[in-house]
Structure formats: C-alpha cells, structure tokens
Design a protein around this ligand. Sequence first.
Ligand code: NG6
Ligand code: CA
Length: 507
Amino acid sequence: MNISIYIVVFLLFLYGNGFTQSSRNPHPNVILIYADDLGYGDLSCYGATEITTPNIDKLASGGLRFTNAHSMASTCTPSRFSILTGEYAFRNQRAHILPGNASLLIPTDRMTLGKVFQKAGYRTAVIGKWHIGLGPVEGPDWNGEVKPGPNEVGFDYSFIFPATADRVPTVYLRNHRIVAGDPKDPIEVSYDHKVGNDPTGREFPELLKMRSDFGHDATIVNGIGRIGWMSGGHKARWTDEALAHDFLSEAEMFIEANNTRPFFMYYAINQIHVPRIPDTRFKGTSKLGYRGDVIHEMDYVVGRLMKTLDYLHLTNNTIIIFSSDNGPVLNDGYADDAVALSKEHQPAGPFRGGKYGMFEGGTRLPFIIRWPEQIKPGISNALINQTDLVASFASFCKIPLGTRDAIDSENLMDVLLGRSEKGREVNVAQNNGGVLSIVQNGWKYIEPHNGPAVLENENLETGYSSSPQLYNLVRDMGESRNLASQYPEKVTELEMLLKKIKNRQTN
Ligand code: NG6
Ligand code: CA
C-alpha cells in the first residue's frame, strides 16, 4: 500500500469515529429534554425508592444535579412560555393552560431560546408537546398551513402535537402541516360544543379503555375521552401507546441528520402527563401502576437518546439538560389508580404541594445538565430558574440580547457549567392563574389569594390563603410554618420587591 492509501484509511477512521463533528464543530450540541408533570421525587437519583430510573440516574451521575431549580409555573403553558422567551409568564395575559385550538402565544418578533441558537449558526428543532398555541388570533387552520407556530419562533424543524395528550386535536404536525391530514376528511375542533359524529365519553362510557371524569369526556380517540371535541382527520389521529416512540424516532432522525453541524433540540417528551398510556412493553413494569410504568418508559427513551449520541460519537460534545415543566399530580382526571398505588411514593420528594399549587412541589423540579467535555459531575444547590436558559445560552454563544429581550432571564452559564454556585438572588414563581410567590435569601413569600386550599379531585394543596404567607425554606423546606405574623417587615420587604419586578419594563 502506498502512503496515500494509508491517509485515506486514516481519514475514514476519523470520520467513522465522529472526529469530524468535534473538529468541524466548535460548538457543543444542546438537547433540552423537557418532561411533563414529573415531580422532584419521581426519579431515583432524586431519592425515589419505589421506582428506578437507571438511565436518567446515569445522566445525573455523569453531570450536575440541581437541588434548587425551578420552572416558572406550576402548570405547563406558562412554564413553556417562560423557558422559551426568558420572560416571566405573568407578563403575558394569555399564558394559562391553553385549549388545543388557541393561537400562538409568543409574538413572532420576540427573542427566544431557539432564535439564540439560530443566530449562533445552530440547526434547531422542537419535537414533542408544544402547548403554547398555534396560528393567528382567529386560531389555526387545521386543514391548511398551520402558522405561525414553532417554525416562526426559532425552530427550523418541528414535529409536535398542539397542546396536551388529553386535548384535541390528537394529531401530529410536521412543520406547518398535519401529518396524514386528508382533504376528504377535514378536521374541525371545538372547545364549546360537540362537532361531528364521533362518540363522546359522556354518551358512551362503555367505549372507553380508561375511565375519565368530567372534563375528559368529550370526543373519544383511541378509546380515550379527551378535553374538547373534534371531527375528521381519522387517519391523522395518533395512537397513545406509540406517542413516546414516535417522538423518540423523530428526535433520533434529527440528531442523525445533523450530526456534522451544531444542533439544538428542544425535546418536549409527552411523559408523564395524563392520559398515562404506556407502550405494551412497559405495562406492569412498576409497582405504581401506569404512572410508574410511564416513568419507566420515559427513562428508556432518555437511555435510547443517550445511546444514539454514543453511537454517533456525539456524547462528549453534547450538552443534555433534563427537567420538567411543573410538579407532580396523581389524579389528573383518568382512572389509572395512581393515587391508590402511590402510597409509599413521594412524587414531590420532601416538598409540599405539586402541580397547580404555590408550594415548592409545584415548581422545584429535577434539573440535570451533562456535558462530559466540560462539566465536572456533582450536585449544585444554586437557585436557578428555567427562564435563565435564554440569557445563559445567549452569553455562551456570544449573541447579544436587546434590553427588552428575555427580561427576566439571568446569565447563569457559570452555574450551569458547575464553575460557580452563585445562582439567582431572587426567584419568582406562579401558578396557572398568575398568583405569585417570591424567594430571596431562603425566605419565601406567597401572595394572598382567595381560593380553595385543596383541589378536591386532585387532592392537591394549592397553597392559597387569604392572608400573606412567609416561609423560611432554609429551616423549613416543607413550608409547614407560616411566619408572616412573626416577621411583618419581611413580608412588606418581599411584597415591595415583587411589585418592583412586576413593573419591570417589557416589550
Ligand atoms: C387541566 C386538566 C388536566 C390537565 C391540565 C393541563 C381538567 C379537569 N383537567 O385543566 O387533566 O390536562 O389541564 O396540564 O380538565 S398541563 O401540564 O398541560 O398544565
Ligand atoms: Ca405539565
């Protein structure tokens, strides 16, 4: 063999080892895995004993695991709005759990996490649950081009479902089009009256494969009662058992197609939101019923993604962030026995409350970041908010932000990379209705609000009280002692600070 053949063989060897990616691509890839309704205590690396999540545990042991990381809100839409815009959701009047036919929540001229990466030359994608609206003010045109949507707010590629797994339309969209849409079977969606002739859960409960309560008893799709009515689009309707794997294969294809250039993938997985319908292989694998089984399924999906990165030799140069949009709920409208089977399980870990609420369980969530090349494995107790990703990655990618961009986002890149434990000094969180809490130096103040202290069907504490609440999270992380009457000056101080933040100038 002459020397040039040796060179060719050597180059092929480098190529096969993915060397080309790290040599051509100075920027790490970024994957943001965003789980749905997963609580602080739902992973074994966060202390769960009744369930094991070996793949996510491996992610955590190879990276940094945060103990004081928050979503903006204790429900989905406001948290997703904030993680993508770097702006507190209460600033947007419409940022509450949206119906499946709501228009796009993020103005298309707004800076977003996706746009930061686009400006830095990344190829960007969102795969999974969207739930921040689609289309113009009058709502989406399901049978035509569905826009504006993810592709107009920072994502080059999108493969999503519009809202939640329990809301119509139960279809996928690839970029601007419904997948398997059929002009001969047009889709109509309504949230106030029945459309079409499909059976509903209210009329035909015997057709359901899982019983559901009021609110989840409109059109039946795939044997499951949904919130809202839809007609048409029969070919396009998804199969719940396949959701996780449909999204996984889209995610893997996106990674594979972009393995020689930097990419950002917002992988908004459907687990573990209701209806919890695992793929057959995962049914009965946990002691906790379907809620535990979908945690296993989620862990498997994360493991598969990690394997794909290994296989493509992208692991070292890829940042994976794993978190959740809001705290846990056991009964969220479907009879999957989660309450009865979770007796020994603490879905919110040591924290009080969960989804929909004002207590820590609603927004203090698992948050793991792994980047083998740069991040030393460990634990960080820094206070961070998912809203900080925009400013942090803008600084990391050297993309300047305007004074009105991402106004609530703090550049905590050093904290995310484990080089500092100096997180936020002040953090604001909210519930779905925009009731606020604020934390500074371990003191937490919750605004007074008239409303039920417990949500009856979910059996969840809301954290509402008609008088102010003050907790010391350092001494009492379970928020069991309201100290407001003992420290009135602290209450006033935090109230004033919250007022100042509310008045911060926006777009
Ligand atoms: C609630 C639904 C609940 C869930 C939630 C959204 C009822 C009674 N409950 O209104 O099942 O879909 O909205 O969850 O309809 S979230 O994670 O997207 O915020
Ligand atoms: Ca959620």
